[in-house]
Design a binder for this molecule. Structure first.
Ligand code: RTP
Ligand code: MG
Length: 142
């Protein structure tokens, strides 16, 4: 299996709940290495650009309102099969439907405030990583 990189965001609800460390522990114990990391309070313009694929969806305004409601913790995760592995650790978009033991089942309260974002394909991972991190700020760490 290939070593991949994926973009992860700990959303404002989980940052406010003070569970960054607990979520990082799940990445680490599942062999996902944090190779870039920063805390940032997104502007409305940044949040709209990041979620531009959802611009026409009915939930777009709620999504952007939520993403700018407080700071987020943004990281690049590296590891075997990192994109799908992170999606598995996150659980389903709606925490009520998320499998037991997933990040969203344990830390999220609603489909809007759902604790984490993760890239969903190699193509979106490349675009999303470049959106937040210049190449020089990503450390392979080997
Ligand atoms: P994310 O992009 O944040 O990792 O989440 P996802 O892939 O699991 O879900 P996606 O379909 O990409 O939707 C992005 C975010 O929009 C909100 N959403 N609300 N009310 C709704 O029906 C609805 N659907 C999606 C969620 O907060 C989701 O994380
Ligand atoms: Mg998505």
């Amino acid at each position: 299996m290939a070593v991949e990189r994926t973009l992860s965001i700990i959303k404002p609800d989980a940052v406010a709940k003070n569970v960054i460390g607990q979520i990082y522990s799940r990445f680490e114990s599942n062999n996902l290495k944090i190779v870039a990391s920063k805390m940032k309070w997104l502007s409305r313009q940044e949040a709209e650009a990041f979620y531009a694929v959802h611009r026409e969806r009915p939930f777009f305004k709620d999504l952007v309102d939520f993403m700018v409601s407080g700071p987020v913790q943004i990281q690049v995760l590296e590891g075997e099969n990192a994109i799908m592995k992170n999606r598995e650790l996150m659980g389903a978009t709606d925490p009520k439907k998320a499998a037991k033991g997933t990040i969203r089942a344990d830390f999220a309260q609603s489909i809007d405030a759902n604790a984490v974002h993760g890239s969903d394909s190699p193509e979106t991972a490349a675009v999303e990583i470049a959106f937040f991190f210049p190449q020089m700020d990503i450390y392979a760490g080997r």
